[in-house]
Design a protein around this ligand. Structure first.
Ligand code: C2E
Ligand code: CA
Ligand code: CA
Length: 427
């Protein structure tokens, strides 16, 4: 058969390139006063299908799907093959979202029929992104882009179909834009390291600080760490980010007397191929003394690859780097894992500490963690200490250290210095 665009057939059998598809859509829309829906249909797990059926039978199945789609839609539909395992289906006389969803349901059933014909009983794993013309797009390019965005939203939400709306742009494009902005911020100085004091409960002495990142523009937060740290992981910037925090806080720590510094390490960083090298370089560059640097690591990060994590942490401990298990109590590690973790400190998650005054079970949990730490000769820190009552209760339970808004939030280095001086005569 010659090119895909035989106008008499609703199924365009050959697989089109992107520019061919755009040209075909453009000529179908041009001069038409009709309204259309564009459905982008993805066979989600094509490699598995190919592994199960073999390549030849999979190819036959995909062709059969195209035929079933065309039959289901009749004269109103034109089916284009677009990439392997992808179909672009243009359907005329679709005036609203409801019509489009009905058409997508027809397509899902047609895919099932094609699977059944091929002797496969399980439902096909397909997802459908939909955009409407002229309601949402004035040209073929915009129509295809919006259907693609709707398709990406389908995958993100683990649903089967979605008609484009503004949430697709914000869900799919915003993280990208934010990722770009974050990469620029990392270079331009908009990112800063703040420090939250950690106190010994028995004598109220400040023994260290936790380094926490802030993204500020004109003193206003652009995004919170809970938003941009995962972004740094996703966009491959976690290494630069961690180095930024390490270098700033170790440089800073050299100007403080006897304050240790704790740096958070994400799962992606702990398991990064350059992690050990980076840590060794930090320790030697800033001549970090034994016990002067703590790495805070969540249980989840350890369990992701327990053997690798414990081996790496054990090496760092030999150099005198302390290891703290952050957000302790929120993970799922069993005690048999726990006893093998090379750690120096447990950090009780703030959610338990903040609720323990009202909730008996949180109180028991905090007490249990403190006892567990004692049994294993680990130090124990409570974070999220917001009141004198919480501090008193922790003291009664035998908790060693506390951190929280009751003392201070994370502070800029200059404010920390003033705070230490004013409150404790300490620097
Ligand atoms: P995290 O490591 O559990 O840090 C403690 C969080 O609790 C911080 O939030 C801190 O500001 C907040 N906090 C401290 N005391 C109190 C309190 O008394 N009450 C309440 N309600 N909150 C308190 P932040 O700075 O927004 O950081 C959130 C999370 O983002 C951190 O949780 C950490 O997982 C991550 N993060 C922050 N900075 C960094 C960083 O430099 N590197 C990495 N890898 N992660 C970071
Ligand atoms: Ca932490
Ligand atoms: Ca924590």
């Amino acid at each position: 058969m010659s090119a895909a665009l035989q106008s008499d057939s609703p199924v365009k059998a050959s697989i089109l390139s992107l520019s061919e598809l755009l040209a075909s859509l453009g000529s179908a829309l041009k001069g038409s006063s009709n309204s259309f829906a564009l459905l982008l249909v993805d066979v989600a797990d094509l490699p598995t299908l190919q592994a199960r059926l073999g390549f030849e039978r999979s190819a036959v199945l995909l062709e059969s799907m195209a035929t079933h789609f065309a039959l289901a839609l009749g004269a109103r539909g034109t089916v284009f093959r677009f990439g392997e395992g992808r179909f672009a289906i243009l359907i005329s006389a679709i005036r609203n979202r409801g019509h489009a969803v009905l058409a997508a349901e027809k397509i899902t059933r047609a895919a099932e029929e094609a699977m059944n014909d091929a002797g496969i009983i399980v439902a096909p794993d397909i997802n459908i992104g939909i955009a409407l013309y002229p309601l949402q797009a004035a040209d073929a390019e915009t129509l295809l882009r919006k259907a693609q965005l709707a398709g990406a939203a389908v995958r993100k939400r683990h649903s089967r179909m979605h008609v484009f709306d503004d949430s697709c742009s914000s869900q799919i494009l915003k993280p990208w834009e934010l990722g770009d902005a974050y990469a620029r911020a990392l270079r331009s100085g908009e990112l800063q390291v703040f420090y939250q004091p950690k106190l010994r409960i028995s004598d109220g002495r400040v023994v260290g600080v936790e380094a926490l990142m802030r993204w500020l523009k004109d003193d206003q937060p652009v995004a919170t760490p809970d938003e941009f740290i995962p972004l740094a992981e996703e966009t491959g910037l976690i290494q630069d980010t961690t180095w930024f925090v390490l270098s700033n806080s170790l440089q800073q720590a050299a100007t403080w007397k006897d304050l240790s510094v704790a740096v958070n390490i994400t799962p992606g960083m702990l398991h990064h191929r350059d992690f050990l090298e980076m840590m060794l370089s930090a320790v030697s560059t800033w001549s970090v003394k034994r016990g002067a640097l703590t790495l805070e690591i969540t249980e989840g990060a350890l369990i992701a690859d327990f053997a690798q994590a414990t081996e790496r942490l054990a090496k760092l401990r030999e150099l005198g780097v302390h290891i703290s298990i952050d957000d302790f109590g929120t993970g799922y590690s069993s005690l048999s894992y726990f006893k093998k973790i090379p750690a120096d400190e447990l950090k009780i998650d703030k959610s338990f500490v903040m609720r323990m005054l009202e909730d008996q079970s949180d109180q028991r949990l905090v007490e249990t963690i403190i006892n567990l730490a004692r049994q294993f000769a680990l130090e124990v820190v409570a974070e999220g200490v917001e009141t004198q009552q919480a501090l008193d209760m922790l003291a009664g339970m035998g908790c060693h250290f506390a951190q929280g808004y009751f003392f201070a939030p994370a502070l800029h280095k200059d404010r920390l210095r003033a705070w230490l001086h004013g409150k404790y005569g300490q620097t």
